[in-house]
Design a protein around this ligand. Structure first.
Ligand code: SF4
Ligand code: SF4
Length: 191
């Protein structure tokens, strides 16, 4: 945590701010008045390394690693509460997505369970056109929770007993059309 360390000016990345400004939604953080409404409203704020207000402050100060390696961007649940309440109408959720994309681009995702879940969910949608819960959970456990797999046994059995974990996938019709849409969105850089 920054509070317990001496941070030297030379260790800061002063290009980080410009880099974030150049991202979609990044320019908006110039308007932040550090009122803290976003952090106070965020349902995940108490478990984040740095709540949203602090993330913006760290970006401005050049704390590149603190921002991109924090759990904040991965714990953001895209609830949009912060964006709705921000007095400066900053699209905070969009900025969180931009930071996620940058972290992925830089390979800062090792050990991130949220990334493993998201990556495998996208894989399911690309393969079947919709989620296949059984394959998703199997892939996720193998990738991110191998040593904690027994935690899922009771939960998995309860879901299976209630018909919520189908063994066979249900592939959507005309999946090529969905793939074309996703490819176009990808080309536009929206996901
Ligand atoms: S609510 Fe908006 S202006 Fe206030 S700290 Fe958060 S981002 Fe900045
Ligand atoms: S969108 Fe993300 S950062 Fe904003 S309040 Fe919701 S969880 Fe918190």
């Amino acid at each position: 945590m920054i509070e317990n360390e001496t941070v030297y000016e030379s260790s800061l990345d002063h290009d980080f701010l410009d880099e974030i400004y150049a991202l979609p939604g990044g320019q908006q953080i110039k308007k932040c008045i550090q009122c803290g409404t976003c952090s106070g409203s965020c349902p995940m704020g108490s478990v984040m390394d740095h709540a949203p207000r602090k993330i913006f402050s760290l970006i401005r100060a050049g704390f590149r690693d603190e921002v991109l390696d924090s759990n904040t961007i991965w714990l953001c649940s895209s609830c949009y509460t912060c964006a709705v309440r921000c007095p400066k109408e900053i699209k905070i959720t969009d900025v969180m997505y931009a930071l996620k994309r940058l972290a992925v681009k830089e390979g800062r995702t090792r050990g991130r369970k949220a990334v493993a879940l998201s990556r495998n969910f996208v894989r399911m949608v690309d393969k079947y056109g919709r989620n296949h819960e059984t394959e998703l959970m199997t892939r996720y456990i193998l990738e991110a929770e191998l040593f904690g797999a027994f935690h899922f046994v009771y939960q998995g059995w309860a879901l299976f007993s209630n018909g919520r974990l189908p063994l066979m996938p249900n592939r959507m019709k005309n999946i090529d059309q969905l793939r074309k849409i996703l490819k176009r969105v990808d080309e536009l850089g929206e996901i």
